[in-house]
Design a protein around this ligand. Structure first.
Ligand SMILES: Cc1ncc(COP(=O)(O)O)c(C=O)c1O
Length: 362
């Protein structure tokens, strides 16, 4: 792979981040970009100022959805270091998604370097308060103009950065969830295990209808029998029950979350009985009725841990753990965020440091 070209613009003013960052509203002023052609493979890696993309109206991904993305975070630690959380895993998942929709794979080591370079250049954009971070959004799309269903001939990969606020600025807040049996998100052997825009498009109507009924998000059931639970909103799900903590086994319809993997490893280290298996919504309601259901929580990069306080399925309304997050969800949240912000040593190799280097302004 070629070396990265830098087109860095001079900054005359200090970066002033807004007080209330929210999520996905603000962007740093540079991106990483590279191109793919059949003859040259991935080439022309460049870090350049953020600008609008101009494209032909027949650009293939707009019509046929051949696109993939990732979402990971950079943090400023309490010691002022800049770190990434498990970027290797996110890059690996990007390549898994690529394979499923016929996008050419990227060199994983090179992409990691590119990520670090971009984050280094934009490190002044990383907010320093605990809970805040720099969200990193790599994405790839089929970029040549053509009408007709087939894989594109050229691709573009872009990394976009967005400083984001604390998910729980007012404390850890359990959410209200509706079990969805009207629509499905993704189907086994379909696109469920890859991060491609189609899955998110498929989820919108259910999400909007749930919100109109006063719920935060939906719990997705499997797309075949509508029996087993799969994910909650855009998070993986864990059920804390008497004798075991269960998370649905990966089955091709579920996104293999990096936070899910992290939580499973921590629970094993804490000698808790974490089981990956099928779990039906009927089993969950039965455990609730018998008093053996202690907690439900989702896991994902954005919120880390999100406790489910209320769950509704058909006519049944369940209050989980009295609407309280529960000890286990809070403990996992504290453990993972402490590692991310450098309050606890990383003994797992999850943290990747970004060395601060000076880069010449062009
Ligand atoms: C559908 C879906 N499930 C699960 C997750 C959680 O994955 P991760 O922990 O890697 O952020 C995400 C977020 O990326 C998602 O979009």
């Amino acid at each position: 792979m070629e070396t990265i070209t830098y087109q860095i613009k001079e900054r005359n003013e200090e970066i002033k981040l807004p007080e209330n960052l929210g999520f996905g509203k603000y962007f740093t002023d540079h991106i990483f970009e590279m191109d793919y052609t059949v003859d040259s493979g991935w080439h022309n890696p460049t870090i350049k100022p953020l600008a609008d993309i101009s494209m032909h109206p027949a650009t293939m991904f707009i019509h046929y959805g051949q696109a993939i993305f990732e979402g990971l975070k950079a943090f400023k630690t309490v010691n002022g270091e800049v770190v990434l959380f498990r970027p290797d895993q996110h890059i690996k998942r990007l390549n898994n998604s690529a394979k499923r929709v016929c996008i050419p794979p990227v060199d994983e080591d090179f992409l990691l370097e590119a990520l670090k370079e971009l984050v280094n250049i934009e490190h002044n954009w990383i907010p320093a308060k605990k809970g805040e971070s720099l969200y990193i959004r790599p994405f790839v799309y089929g970029s040549n103009p053509f009408l007709g269903v087939s894989p594109a001939k050229t691709y573009k990969l872009i990394i976009l950065l967005s400083p984001v606020g604390a998910y729980y600025s007012e404390g850890f807040k359990p959410v209200k969830i509706l079990v969805q049996d009207e629509y499905v998100r993704a189907v086994r052997k379909g696109l469920g295990e890859c991060k491609t825009p189609a899955n998110y498009a498929a989820s919108l109507l259910a999400g909007e209808e749930a919100k109109a009924k006063g719920f935060t998000q939906v719990l997705w059931l499997d797309a075949v029998a509508q029996k087993n639970i799969e994910e909650v909103g855009t998070m993986n799900i864990f059920i804390n029950m008497k004798g075991e903590i269960v998370t649905p086994k990966l089955n091709g319809g579920i996104l293999p979350g990096i936070t899910r993997k992290t939580v499973i490893q921590l629970l094993k280290e804490w000698d808790m009985n974490i089981v990956e298996r099928e779990i039906s919504i009927d089993e969950v309601t039965k455990k609730y009725d018998s008093g053996d259901l202690f907690g439900i929580f989702g896991t994902g990069t954005a919120a880390v841990i999100s406790a489910v306080g209320w769950l509704s399925f058909k006519e049944k309304n369940m209050t989980i753990n009295g609407g309280d997050a529960g000890e286990l969800a809070v403990k996992l949240f504290d453990e993972i965020t402490s590692i991310q912000y450098g309050l606890k040593d990383d003994t797992h190799g999850w943290i990747y440091k970004v060395e601060k280097k000076e880069v010449e302004v062009s």
